[in-house]
Design a binder for this molecule. Structure first.
Ligand code: NAD
Length: 487
């Protein structure tokens, strides 16, 4: 499916056509710095045509009202992704640096199968609701509620889980009857372009319903957010960029839906199995080199057992190490780019300057090629330090001692973010009580997995606005219309 891309480059998808670009940029394997090949580097004119095509498809085609067609196209896309699974799995490992084992879950298989969940939801959803007869102000009226698509969706996505995030936007947006312009991150253009090719060649999706505009310039995202022809912006990325998107969208007062950063806490209560909890925290904290927005990067442990917790966590992190992502046993691969590696190194220097010390790691790994940071455990900081407050987005955990359940909850909630969290404890009722007090969109108790198509995901505070996935995520892409008929 990717035949010829290494020479000709990946195309854009505009108005149902796969469009090659004279201007191109290289997409690279972060583990080796090897160039996979060029990707189309869209100009503002391409984006303009893509938005116009999406607008036309929404306003002038039957897409918004043809539920049967929409469901068929989603199922066709899912089947096509499964058919090309081996190639796309390899691509995800090479372009995103994703450890291969994750492609059997959140990096590929799960978001692909989740498309079927959205297709089924659209089939069974209560699109109209009868509110019955009433006589407000003495006028007998029959009232009905209609749920309708919002219109043209601008979807802006990051590189860390390219298929998961692209599909978690496309699935519900299309199921709801919207048309989409997808602007993926410059680091993973091929993962997005592959979707475009499958949509054109292996589904009945009408021209203009999905448009995919890859490009090196972040300004494409800013143009998409501000464009008056776009009705909703669905954004996943950093909190700083989320603010820009909201600002850009403000002029036309379009709906914004933001999935942003996090600095989530992993709380180990004093009745927990410390060995099990800390090993698990180490594993989850460095999975995909810590490049997951919901990763629990602050580890809160009972003060009395702090040193023991440091020893267990550091030992597990060092044993897992940073390794070749194509090996199925690898948990922590490379970070995405030189820029990201340098940014993480900047935080490691900052942490040392703030009085932190490294129980393991603390530096880049000694390879000649690729972008690698050794799994790092920082101790000796307080929750006020920048390394404990800001999102580092690398395989870096900060361990902080707590003085009991109330203190752990206070520390966990003392963050500008509120995306996720985890609680481990021996008494399930006590662990649940702590989970209920966390001001975050998702919490795992004793290893429970919240990630699934039917579970809404999103953040409190500066971690976002709105929810992705689940019925709540689907409804982000709907408007509500009330019709009252005089009788
Ligand atoms: P980023 O914010 O730099 O970029 C995200 C996307 O926004 C990219 O497509 C980029 O080109 C585009 N963009 C950049 N500037 C823009 C602007 N001014 N206007 C509109 N679009 C613009 O994020 P990233 O480095 O690609 O990804 C890492 C970040 O994403 C982390 O902060 C992480 O926590 C966050 N993230 C959040 C979630 C979530 O669901 N909450 C999921 C994954 C990643």
């Amino acid at each position: 499916m990717l035949d010829g891309w290494a020479e000709r480059g990946s195309p854009l998808l505009i108005g149902g056509e796969l469009v090659t670009c004279d201007r191109r940029f290289d997409t690279i394997d972060p583990a080796t710095e090897e160039v996979l090949g060029p990707a189309a580097d869209a100009m503002p004119g391409h984006l303009d045509r893509a938005i116009a095509a999406a607008r036309r498809a929404f306003d002038e085609s039957g897409w918004a009202t043809d539920l049967t067609l929409r469901v068929r196209c989603l199922r066709q896309l899912q089947e096509a992704l499964v058919r090309h699974g081996d190639e796309l799995r390899d691509l995800t490992v090479r372009e995103a640096g994703a450890p291969r084992f994750l492609t059997y879950g959140a990096q590929f298989d799960t978001p692909v199968s989740d498309l079927a969940w959205f297709a089924r939801l659209a089939e069974t959803y209560e699109w109209t609701r009868d509110l019955g007869r009433a006589a407000p102000m003495g006028m007998d009226s029959e009232r009905r509620l209609l749920r309708e698509p919002v219109g043209v969706v601008g979807a802006i996505t990051p590189w860390n889980f390219p298929h998961q995030i692209n599909l978690a936007k496309l699935g519900p947006a299309l199921a709801a009857g919207n048309t989409v312009v997808l602007k993926p991150a410059p680091d993973t253009p091929w993962c997005a372009a592959a979707l475009g090719r499958l949509l054109v060649e292996e589904t009945d999706t009408p021209p203009g319903v999905v448009n995919i505009v890859t490009g090196r310039d972040h300004a494409l995202g800013a143009l998409l957010s501000a464009d008056p022809r776009v009705d909703l912006v669905s954004f996943t990325g950093s909190t700083a960029t989320g603010r820009e998107v909201m600002r850009g969208a403000a002029e036309t007062l379009k709906k914004v839906f933001l999935e942003l950063g996090g600095k989530s806490a992993f709380i180990v209560l004093d009745d927990a199995d410390l060995g099990k909890a800390c090993s698990y925290a180490a594993f989850t904290g460095i999975t995909h080199a810590g490049q997951g927005c919901a990763i629990t990067s602050r580890l809160l442990v009972p003060r009395a057992r702090h040193d023991e917790a440091v020893e267990i966590t550091a030992r597990t992190m060092a044993k897992l190490g940073a390794r070749d992502p194509s090996d199925e046993r690898t948990v922590c691969g490379p970070v995405i780019s030189a820029r990201q590696r340098d940014r993480i190194e900047g935080y490691l220097k900052l942490a040392a300057g703030e009085g932190g010390s490294f129980a393991t790691g603390g530096h880049r790994s000694g390879r000649d090629k690729g972008f690698w940071i050794e799994p790092t455990l920082i101790t000796g900081l307080t929750n006020r330090s920048r390394a404990a407050r800001e999102e580092i987005f690398g395989p870096v955990l900060v361990m902080l001692p707590h003085d009991g359940d109330d203190d752990a909850v206070r520390l966990a909630n003392d963050s500008p973010y509120g995306l996720s969290g985890a609680v481990h404890g021996g008494d399930p009722e006590r662990a649940r009580a702590v989970a209920r007090r966390l001001r975050t969109g998702t919490v795992s108790v004793n290893g429970g997995i919240w990630y699934a198509a039917d579970v809404p995901f999103g953040g409190y505070k500066q971690s976002g606005v709105g929810r992705e996935m689940g019925v709540a995520g689907f409804e982000e892409y709907l408007e509500t219309k009330a019709i009252a008929e005089g009788v």
